[in-house]
Design a protein around this ligand. Structure first.
Ligand SMILES: [Zn+2]
Length: 107
């Protein structure tokens, strides 16, 4: 039996997977955010390696009512913070080693 939903605006019947009413164009539902393992891995990778972009995902997921989605948002936020700290730490270590090499040159 195919699942159907009824448009709250015009009472037209639409398939359950439809995001918009075919008759009046009203948005039928907010598409639930994916919490699949693949999506999680993607978000975590973006959070860590493309730190500023991960924040967008983090906040979207943190705003979800679903506890699992909020957990993904929190982990994404934590990874973003770790990535930023790591970048600062690496940059600091790099600058120190660079200055260390200059100092040994004895101009
Ligand atoms: Zn409609």
């Amino acid at each position: 039996m195919p699942e159907i939903i009824v448009c709250s605006s015009c009472q037209a019947v639409a398939p359950a997977e439809a995001n918009f009413c075919a008759q009046c164009g009203k948005k039928l539902k907010n598409a639930p955010l994916s919490t699949s393992v693949g999506k999680q891995i993607f978000i975590y990778l973006v959070s860590f390696f493309l730190a500023p972009f991960g924040l967008g995902y983090a906040f979207i997921y943190l705003k979800q009512p679903d506890a699992k989605a909020r957990t993904i948002g929190a982990v994404s936020l934590a990874l973003t913070a770790c990535a930023i700290v790591a970048v600062i730490w690496i940059a600091t270590a790099f600058m120190k080693s660079l200055y260390g090499q200059f100092n040994t040159l004895n101009f």
